[in-house]
Design a binder for this molecule. Sequence first.
Ligand code: SF4
Length: 102
Amino acid sequence: MGGGARAVNPQTTAERLGHNRFVLDEAESHIEIDQEVCRRTGTGKRLVAVCPAGVYSELEDGTILAEYAACLECGTCLAVASPGALRWHYPRGGFGVGFREG
Ligand code: SF4
């Protein structure tokens, strides 16, 4: 086992995510929400809680918004969504997030 000290990256998660490059597809969102299914199954609150990019937010009336431009394409929301509540696919070619090491 190597005993060398590991370099610690002093950047915060927000700073590291700030290095990413996003190409927004203004013509088409890659996220669609069925508000009724979301409300009935409690999916909306789970989406808000788990998305690391803060894509989802909930209005006072329970409507779930998706600011898809900030999506990191991690797929976590798919793991917590009840069937029929969320339609998610990767952005069309050339659009979406590009990860850069910072
Ligand atoms: S794929 Fe990840 S970053 Fe994108 S909306 Fe779902 S949880 Fe958020």
